[in-house]
Design a protein around this ligand. Structure first.
Ligand code: DAK
Length: 269
């Protein structure tokens, strides 16, 4: 992996890449350089992961430095003076980042260790699922700044929590705590503190290391592509994904190992 980065820390440990946004003095807010560096690391993961590679990265955990904040949103200071043309370019670049994260072939888990506001909540929602520490809080406070969500919040929040709850959160801009985020389905699990959060995220990612990487990638793609399709269309997509697995070595190995009562050795091919 490239680096070192000015605003990110990266650590690869047994196939799990932890990416930490490291701007604690601004509560890890998304300055243009954070966005550039996230785009750089995500595009590298994309290039180095998937069928035809040796899958050096099997899973990604995205978190924020410190115990107070995951990402406190877009950098308000950087965007205060933007012209509409600059805003257009900024939001395109940031939206594209969220799509790249969403489309990575490996699981991406957001470990939200504090504030996940505005762009921070939107980055977390571009991950496959979200774990949080008990002190985490979430919100789309853009309306309080005279803005609207611009990094995918109006699209993805309703996918997590439904349109009515997303409308309430976006139209009020109110902040919710981890317990409420758990109750409405924005986060999957809440941990007592950051250490427990990081440990829990690793434990889940390790489960992924034990299964077929290509099956993970294909199921992830099927989940994404079937969202909001009519059932018949969605089932067609699922069927194509299912049939495609019968051309993979991993499917043959997984079923062979089951019958031989052995542990499978997956290659991601
Ligand atoms: N940007 C820049 N600096 C930030 C920041 C942010 N989002 N959030 C916090 N900081 C900085 C503070 O200014 C402060 O810096 P100093 O004053 O010490 O230099 C430092 O981090 C510590 O913050 P606080 O002193 O405020 O800490 P507190 O514990 O008192 O409060 C807080 C924490 C998270 C409640 C508070 O900092 C806060 O409300 N922060 C702002 C949260 C927020 O509204 N985030 C932005 C959401 S809107 C766009 C598309 C999309 C978007 C924007 C543009 N285009 C199309 C152009 C998305 C917008 C958003 O993300």
């Amino acid at each position: 992996m490239h680096g070192p980065y000015e605003t990110l820390l990266t650590e690869l440990d047994e196939g799990i890449l932890t990416v930490t946004v490291n701007r604690p003095e601004a509560l890890n807010a998304l300055s243009p350089i954070v966005i550039d560096e996230l785009r750089d690391i995500v595009s590298q993961i994309q290039r180095n992961t998937g069928a035809g590679t040796d899958w050096p990265v099997r899973g990604v955990i995205l978190t924020g430095m410190g115990e107070k904040s995951f990402v406190a949103g877009a950098d308000i200071k950087a965007m205060a003076e933007m012209t509409p043309a600059e805003a257009d370019s900024y939001t395109r670049i940031a939206q594209e980042l969220t799509s790249w994260i969403e489309e990575l072939p490996v699981p991406v888990l957001a470990a939200v260790n504090g504030f996940a506001l505005g762009g921070g909540c939107e980055i977390a929602m571009s991950c496959d699922f979200i774990y949080a520490s008990a002190n985490a809080s979430f919100g789309q406070p853009e309306v309080q700044l005279g803005l609207v969500p611009g990094f995918g919040g109006s699209v993805r929040l309703q996918q997590f929590v439904g349109a009515a709850m997303a409308s309430e959160l976006i139209m009020t801009g109110r902040r919710i705590d981890a317990a409420e985020a758990l109750r409405i389905g924005l986060v999957n699990r809440v941990f007592d503190d950051k250490d427990a959060l990081v440990a829990g995220a690793h434990e889940t990612m390790k489960l992924v290391l034990g299964v077929s990487p290509i099956a993970v990638a294909v199921s992830k793609q099927a989940i994404r592509e079937t969202a909001h399709q009519a059932n018949r269309t969605a089932l067609d997509i699922e069927r194509a994904a299912f049939v495609g697995m019968f051309s993979t070595a991993d499917m043959r190995e997984g079923t062979r190992a089951f019958m031989a009562k052995e542990k499978p050795t997956f290659t991601g091919k």
